[in-house]
Design a protein around this ligand. Structure first.
Ligand SMILES: *Cc1c(COP(=O)(O)O)cnc(C)c1O
Length: 388
């Protein structure tokens, strides 16, 4: 008897459970031989065949791996798609989605977008002639006239990074459908726990799973979900051709992280809401952006000179370049995540030198508030010592 029955690995639950239950149960009941609750990490790259023409469903790990299959099936279920794909990073997930385009195609993209995405698209424009237009998609009325005969896809990040602008996915998807254009949504900031773009009409979802989904700042991963079979077939072929798959160990780590996502997300959202109230009242802070959902906040300090001393004075919150983990991080988009976007384009979009991005973790909110308050106070003292 084969040790690993494929039907058990990719089996989908017939009963639709609540999202909390679906997240928690990823991988459980997948291993019927031993009953292992934590899914085994299948490191084998090769799979033995009983005889000619017979396969367990697994031949070679680039094509398919049992541990990876579990996380792929899980994200497909959570997002409401037909097939999931686990890749080595969020960027490789976006690159995988770009394999749906051809040279000469036109792509419409959210004006405010992750810096790495902008850099990848710029490279594709230069090398492969993919035309990219950046548009403020928070106002869908502008979209119609931007669609060209060669427009193949719309790439939406919502809420956007770092300005947290919200795009109405359902409205955009209606327009996309009328023009036979594919809608791709980067759902990194919300995760399927808070937003399910495919259910709202999108065709493809991508994630940097390195962020909220894995959640512990220890796993680089990407996920893609297709809503229809033809798209899923194209992605299956492209991922097998390119081979930027997620390793078995990282697939396990991602599953491990995803099990607690609902708990973490609820705590992070609660903390974020407490912090928004405090940041809005602070005299050293001029604007606070929070889309009433999620655990990401952007805020601007009164003066650019405060940025460096503020970041230096933080004792609890880390000045670091990522998001979504249990530990709170503050990022400076100007020199970090968005440094590759030309300065003028950045400032036109509102990514100023006063803007900071806050990924709120699961620490006690009073401690986070106290850290922000003391760091701002010290920063003010450093920039104008005579006022104290
Ligand atoms: C981080 C991030 C990416 C890139 O993902 P990696 O896992 O770092 O490769 C893409 N999109 C968004 C919105 C991100 O925050």
């Amino acid at each position: 008897m084969p040790l690993f029955k494929m039907s058990n690995v990719v089996r989908r639950c017939k009963i639709i459970y609540q999202l909390e239950t679906q997240f928690t149960q990823i991988g459980n009941r997948s291993e019927t031989e031993t009953g292992a609750v934590s899914t085994p990490i299948h490191l084998s790259t090769a799979y033995r065949h009983e005889t000619l023409g017979v396969s367990t469903g697994y031949d070679y790990t680039r094509t398919k791996n049992p541990t990876r299959s579990l996380v792929e099936a899980a994200i497909a279920d959570l997002e409401g798609g037909v097939r999931g794909f686990a890749t080595a990073s969020g960027m490789s997930a976006i690159q995988l989605v770009l394999s749906l385009l051809r040279s000469g195609d036109h792509l419409i993209c959210s004006r405010d977008v992750y810096g790495g995405t902008y850099r990848l698209f710029a490279d594709y424009t230069e090398r492969y002639g993919i035309e990219v237009s950046y548009l403020d998609l928070t106002d869908p009325s502008r979209l119609k006239q931007a669609i060209q005969p060669n427009t193949a896809a719309i790439f939406v990040e919502t809420p956007t990074n770092p300005l947290l602008e919200v795009t109405p996915i359902a409205v955009i998807s209606e327009l996309a459908k009328t023009h036979d254009v594919q809608l791709i949504v980067d759902n990194t900031f919300m995760t399927p726990f808070l937003q399910q773009p495919l259910v709202l009409g999108a065709d493809v979802v991508v994630h940097s799973a390195s962020k909220f989904l894995a959640g512990h700042n220890d796993c680089l991963a990407g996920l893609v979900v297709a809503k229809d079979e033809p798209t899923a077939d194209l992605l299956t072929a492209a991922l097998n051709n390119g081979g930027s798959v997620l390793s078995a160990f990282d697939s396990w780590l991602l599953i491990r992280g995803m099990k607690t996502l609902p708990l973490r997300m609820k705590a992070q959202v609660e903390n974020a809401q407490a912090l928004v109230t405090c940041l809005k009242r602070h005299p050293s802070i001029t604007t606070v952006r929070y889309p009433n959902q999620g655990a990401m906040i952007s805020f601007s300090v009164r003066d650019e000179v405060l940025v460096a001393p503020f970041l230096q004075q933080l004792r609890l919150i880390s000045f670091a370049e990522s998001l979504g983990g249990v530990e709170s991080f503050i990022t400076y988009p100007t020199t970090q995540t968005h440094a590759d976007i030309p300065e003028q384009m950045r400032s036109e979009r509102g990514i100023t030198r006063k803007l900071l991005r806050f990924s709120v973790g699961i620490e006690a909110s009073v401690d986070l508030i106290a850290d922000i308050t003391q760091a701002l106070e010290r920063a003010e003292q450093i920039v104008s010592p005579n006022n104290t």
